[in-house]
Design a protein around this ligand. Sequence first.
Ligand code: FES
Length: 262
Amino acid sequence: MSLGDTTMGELRELMARYPQPRSALLPMLHLVQSVEGSVTAEGIETCAELLGLSTAEVSGVATFYTMYKRRPMGRHHVGVCTNTLCAVMGGDAIFERLKDHLDVGNDETTEDGAVTLEHIECNAACDFAPVLTVNWEFMDNQTPESAVDLVDRLRAGETVHSTRGAEITSWREAERVLAGFEDGRADEGPSAGPASLAGLEIAAERGWQAPPLDTDQGTATAAATESPEAAAAEADTGRAEDETVAEESPADVEGGEAEEQS
Ligand code: FES
């Protein structure tokens, strides 16, 4: 096996972090990727052996989640969000431009091994659409031109920063972090950008607060209102309307119609 003693020790370290060792499978697969550049057959066999699982079970996990790669990755993974909002905001155009510029298709790596291009689903960063990720770090509000400039700089080995501040490392280094081995960079850049915080700032300015929880349901019962008292009043009104509807059940309605017809 090409997974050396250090990696084997780290795989066991991950297993020891969980009450049930098999719970460590996801981070173990990230660690395998960080060492091998993909989830290799050897990696699958090793994880299965260590966890007492079948290789089919481990393969099932590795092929289910799209962040696990079965083909060798480039030094950088560039993901282009082509989900609905990003697509209409320019994500489709960015993806097409990068495919042409890099001369690769989806999930393919440039000849120099520098960039693997992949179209990705919504990254919950729609307020910065269209977004790219580089090794899972966000590049917000991109254009075809900025995306081309980005990949050119990555291929040239230049230092690149996420639009949120963090320095871009390599895909393998990022995978090691995802495995649970910190690189000390967690505090580089803000965790949420200005667009994500806009609603919070407006709420703070206007004194809005979250509605009270419905303790039966464990969920908020009304949309945010100007005060907790108003939210509670709205919730009460909603409950009263619900009760009115509930009193007239579908069975009652059908029964009434049946009586009218007879
Ligand atoms: S649609 Fe692209 S981040 Fe949500």
